[in-house]
Design a protein around this ligand. Structure first.
Ligand code: PFF
Length: 453
């Protein structure tokens, strides 16, 4: 048992650590392809509204609960009661990262592979239309790169170089921003790219569908690391004098800024290189790996840009994957009393089994379709559209039924004016529960084919 909990050194340390976990593949890889697929400007608008209301309320809730109880999610729920409901609420928050980290590492493997190819100078080959599908259809390649990424993650976890990761984050994150700005400017100034800028930034009601809301909500959880226990844990490491409201705003600003930049890198490029072909926008998870290489190939310093870009994405992915893995390992350590070694060992098994299934789902396990989805898509859907709304509902229920909104306010007010208290209360009481239930039911109905969205 730890006698003294680790602490973040101060506000900057806290914001950077949360931002390091938040900014990852979700921003650079997932956000642009979802925005492209689910309505461009309409998706962006819905996303922003959800983030500023719902997302804000949930981040404040989880952080305050973590700081109040000084525990990770399972312990936090159990602090307020020992019933089945409490156990369920804690565990669902804690299990989600265990299901995400394996498929996250498969995508991390793709990033590693592309970095390697850029280092070899294969800038033209990577820009070919069939390159990505050629790569994913090779079982050996997919498994190899996934395992390499997984080894990197575990190496850091074993070595416990958390401090080092934080230090490098401080250098890499600003670099990522600078590079993203350069690539975005290049991308939006390509001939034909303006149509893409408009599609991404200007909402058009015609592009609205219920699926826009479902996808935007899932993405918001994913990108801000909400509803997966991580913010409870981080809140528990937070000193009482750090302003929860202000730091939440900063994290949201940073995370959304990077996502919008990534959208500006990828979506206009799709228009420029496909001549406005709408089908290209539906490419899904492969979008970043198909479109950006074309941008790089057409740039004067394409190899250098490709190397730098994938290096930075790799870094963002690694810091996020490490924080996901850290939270899985510490759940086992706290709840089972296993050693850190044994807990990590269990996660190695989970990682290899589930990650390999996702990687091989593109080739030898290609015949496996779960509700019409590939294995990787299924895990993404299961966690984001089904489990996260349930986890967020559990947090809402804990606050509304047990802890009480006024106690959350007390915790927040220790170090903050809590100017948005009324908005917070309104979101938690009315918007969040109703919305979460609707989202959950419609994702399930969609997958079962009862409704098409
Ligand atoms: N928020 C990360 C991203 O957008 O890539 C994903 C993530 C990382 C979620 C770490 C949760 C977490 F603990």
């Amino acid at each position: 048992m730890k006698t003294q909990r680790d602490r973040f050194s101060g506000k900057i340390g806290y914001v950077l650590a949360v931002a390091g976990s938040a900014v990852g593949l979700g921003n650079i890889w997932r956000f642009p392809y979802l925005a492209a697929k689910y309505g461009g400007g309409m998706f962006l608008l819905v996303y922003l509204i959800l983030m500023l209301t719902f997302g804000y309320a949930l981040i404040v809730s989880e952080t305050a609960l973590g700081r109040m109880t000084q525990k990770s999610p399972i312990g936090a729920f159990l602090t307020f009661g020992k019933s089945r409901g409490h156990r369920f609420g804690g565990w669902i928050n804690a299990i989600i990262p265990m299901l995400i980290v394996p498929y996250y590492s498969v995508i991390g493997g793709w990033v590693l592979k592309y970095l390697f190819e850029y280092l070899r100078g294969n800038v033209q080959e990577l820009a070919a239309d069939s390159y990505f599908t050629g790569f994913t259809s090779s079982a050996t390649e997919m498994e190899l790169w996934f395992l390499l990424f997984a080894v990197l993650v575990f190496a850091v976890i074993f070595a416990g170089v958390k401090k080092g990761v934080e230090m490098i984050s401080k250098i890499m994150m600003p670099l990522l921003v600078v590079l993203a700005v350069i690539v975005a400017i290049y991308s939006v100034t390509r001939p034909g790219a303006m149509a893409g800028v408009k599609y991404f930034l200007i909402p058009d009601l015609e592009n609205f569908s219920w699926m826009t809301v479902v996808a935007a909500m899932g993405q918001m959880f994913y990108s801000l690391s909400i509803a997966m226990g991580i913010l409870y844990t981080y809140g528990s490491y937070m000193k009482k004098d750090i302003d929860i409201e202000a730091s939440t705003k900063q994290v949201e600003l940073f995370d959304t800024g990077i996502a919008v930049l990534a959208g500006l890198m990828v979506i206009p490029a799709v228009f420029a290189f496909s001549g406005g072909d709408a089908a290209a926008l539906q490419a899904g998870p492969s979008l970043m790996f198909i479109t950006l290489p074309k941008v790089f190939a057409s740039m004067g310093f394409g190899t250098g840009a490709g190397i730098l870009f994938f290096l930075l994405v790799l870094f963002a992915a690694l810091t996020s994957a490490i924080s996901l893995m850290e939270s899985c390992v510490s759940t086992f350590v706290d709840q089972t009393g296993w050693s850190r070694r044994r807990s990590t060992g269990v996660m190695v098994v989970v990682m290899v089994v589930l990650g390999s299934a996702s990687a091989l789902g593109f080739n030898i396990l290609g015949f496996v379709r779960i509700f019409g989805m590939s294995i990787l898509d299924f895990f993404d859907f299961l966690t984001n559209s089904v489990m996260m709304p349930i986890a967020a509902l559990a947090t809402c229920a804990l606050i509304l039924k047990v802890v009480g909104l006024s106690n959350i306010a007390k915790e927040v007010q220790i170090s903050s004016a809590f100017k948005r208290r009324n908005m917070y209360n309104f979101c938690m009481k009315y918007i969040a529960p109703v919305f979460l239930v609707i989202i959950l039911l419609s994702s399930i109905a969609n997958v079962l084919g009862w409704i098409t969205m």
